[in-house]
Design a protein around this ligand. Sequence first.
Ligand SMILES: [Zn+2]
Ligand SMILES: [Zn+2]
Length: 148
Amino acid sequence: MSLDRCSTCNEIVWKHERRPHECKPVFEVNYEPWYGEDEWQEVFAYDHEGAAEKWGDDSDSNSGEYDIVSGKSSPVVKVRKKGEDEIQEWVVTGEAVPQYSAERAVWCAAKGCITKADEYRLRFLDIDEIPHCQTCFRRVKDEQKSQQ
Ligand SMILES: [Zn+2]
Ligand SMILES: [Zn+2]
């Protein structure tokens, strides 16, 4: 599976997906303190809310300041669907969610070795599908070589 970005909406698309990729509708976002009254930024979204969120995400990552997600600013933006007259106002806020992840611990299976993969961040190598830490792997390989 290779993945790519849509050249129009920049969304990640899977090249071999069964359904062809369709861009989300175009919305326009105006944040007056930055753009003035008449400059609108195009974003692809399903609705006004999504457009405001997408704009927040984009402007945070583009500026590299992350003022929204850090809670420093919560801009009020105007959002309209392209070609429509209705303008809605949305307050954009962000939240940094702590992320945790877990990985199954892998232990070196060589006799007497007590090395655990996640603790020592070692690369584990298989000998006959038995995980060995790098040290044990090298030792076993050296032994095999000297026996030949
Ligand atoms: Zn697209
Ligand atoms: Zn080991």
